[in-house]
Ligand binder design. Structure first.
Ligand code: ACO
Length: 335
């Protein structure tokens, strides 16, 4: 009996885009508000400045700008886009911001939804979209990472407020029968360690009528155990990448670029050292933007593509990690 024939479907990377707000918040300016210094922040994190959304910027606007710029790098008719996945923890609308981006783009034939996994969000969204493409359901997808954590930072907490900034990035990906540039992935969560990094809802009790209580909506501010998050990242990220190399039969020597979630330069360097990937292959722009959560990976990727550091067929090992706790890795070939 003849078996069922099917074509293997692969993923091709076609475009990238990004957006950052104009307002620059330097370390010097933060040190006017809390007891810190440019020297302390730079030496402990590598961050010099970050962008802060002005009143007109929000995740919908930033995500739209990044997506449009990624689409412009392709020759796509916007109406041929099937899927838009927006990774964010700070949507402009809690019911979902992706459909607003779809409408602004005029991508009328796409289905659009949000996905939340904090700083792992973009990677989880990229993996999700790739599975839809490889499964044959959709052909063209836009994957966006956008966050506005400045709205949820406790600007009086010097242990966390120095880290975060706002921004957005996006990739345009397409299904193809000719090759597969999405070489492999892995993803993990561990809710038991979730209390290391939280953005909990406000405990804002109210009453409808006698004996019927409810909680008013709203979120408090970022609560972080920096040392534990640091230890988690430096331990788990090399492990997940190492496992991915084994699974895909690649070695770290074959990697052209290590593109990690931009949390702290010391984390980037420590992971690179453990994987024996030299510093010149580690992409970093956190000095300018800080930790933009779901946006860091596509923001960095777009910068490296536009300044010709990442070239066609370059192998990129990427990993996102953060609240949840959540972490993931993907091995991709650009193009
Ligand atoms: N300026 C000056 N001193 C400071 C500051 C500051 N901004 N922040 C903390 N300190 C002090 C502390 O009070 C402490 O002082 P003490 O010894 O008198 O108590 C001292 O500096 C050392 O503090 P540590 O917390 O040990 O500093 P560390 O070297 O660990 O750096 C940091 C802190 C930068 C937060 C680091 O732990 C880190 O980057 N962790 C990872 C955090 C992260 O990446 N979070 C985001 C994850 S992604 C997501 O999903 C959102």
């Amino acid at each position: 009996m003849e078996g069922i024939k099917f074509n293997q479907i692969g993923v091709s990377f076609k475009g990238s885009g990004s957006y950052v707000p104009d307002q620059i918040l330097t370390n010097e300016k933060i040190s006017q508000k809390v007891d810190t210094s440019d020297e302390w922040i730079k030496s402990r994190t590598g961050i010099s400045e970050r962008r802060i959304s002005s009143l007109g910027d929000n995740v919908t606007e930033m995500g739209y700008a990044a997506a449009l710029s990624a689409i412009e790098m392709t020759n796509w008719d916007i109406k041929t886009i099937d899927l838009i996945v927006l990774a964010t923890s700070t949507p402009h609308d809690l019911f979902g911001s992706a459909p607003s981006i779809q409408a602004k783009l005029g991508a009328y034939n796409a289905v659009a939804f949000d996905l939340t996994a904090a700083c792992s969000g973009f990677l989880f969204a990229l993996i999700t979209a790739s599975q839809f493409l490889k499964g044959g359901s959709f052909k063209r997808a836009i994957v966006i990472g956008a966050d506005q954590l400045s709205s949820f930072v406790d600007w009086n907490d010097r242990r966390s407020c120095i880290l975060f900034g706002d921004g957005a990035g996006a990739l345009a990906i397409e299904a193809t029968n000719d090759f597969d540039n999405f070489l492999g992935f892995d993803m993990r969560t561990d809710g038991a360690r979730g209390s290391f990094l939280n953005l909990p809802s406000k405990d804002n009790k109210d009453s409808i009528i006698d004996n019927i209580d409810f909680l008013n909506g709203g979120f408090s501010q970022i609560q972080m155990n920096g040392q534990e998050v640091y230890k988690f990242a430096v331990r788990e990220v090399p492990i997940i990448l190492d496992n991915l190399f084994r699974k895909t039969n690649y070695s770290s020597d074959e990697v052209d670029w290590l593109l990690l979630h931009q949390a702290n330069q010391r984390i980037l360097d420590a992971v690179g050292d453990r994987l024996k990937i030299p510093r010149e292959k580690i992409l970093s722009n956190l000095a300018k933007y800080g930790n933009t959560s779901a946006a860091t990976i596509p923001l960095m990727m777009d910068e490296a593509i536009r300044n010709n550091r990442i070239q066609q067929n370059d192998i990129i090992a990427t990993s996102g990690f953060g609240a949840g706790l959540s972490w993931g890795a993907a091995l991709i070939k650009w193009g």
